[in-house]
Design a binder for this molecule. Structure first.
Ligand SMILES: [Zn+2]
Length: 103
């Protein structure tokens, strides 16, 4: 009578760490594997049960963006510029001129 070993349904795809298909052990030192590019694969031995299995690198590329101050001398579209430096109390000289005009 033959026994078929049915492995437990470990989640083997898209994990942050390689998971042994046999025992479910998570590899802690996967960064030491020689996997550089998306799809690179290598064979490793499970540190827990000794089973050989294949590890494939799946890279998901994401982008972060941050606004930067506009250092360019050439202004961008005028509509995009917010005149933050023009907001504030008017200089005394401007108030004097305005005062003279009202007299
Ligand atoms: Zn294992």
């Amino acid at each position: 009578m033959a026994f078929k070993i049915i492995s437990k349904p470990y989640d083997l795809m898209y994990n942050s760490k390689p998971v042994c298909p046999k025992c479910g052990h998570e590899m802690q030192d996967a960064c030491e594997l020689d996997l550089q590019s998306d799809g690179d694969s290598t064979e490793v031995e499970c540190g827990e049960c000794g089973e050989d299995f294949k590890v494939e690198l799946d890279l998901e590329i994401t982008y972060n963006t941050y606004p930067v101050e506009n250092k360019s001398a050439e202004p961008a579209e005028k509509d995009d510029l917010v005149p933050i430096f023009e907001i504030g109390p008017a200089p005394a000289s401007a108030l004097n001129i305005l005062g003279n005009m009202l007299e």
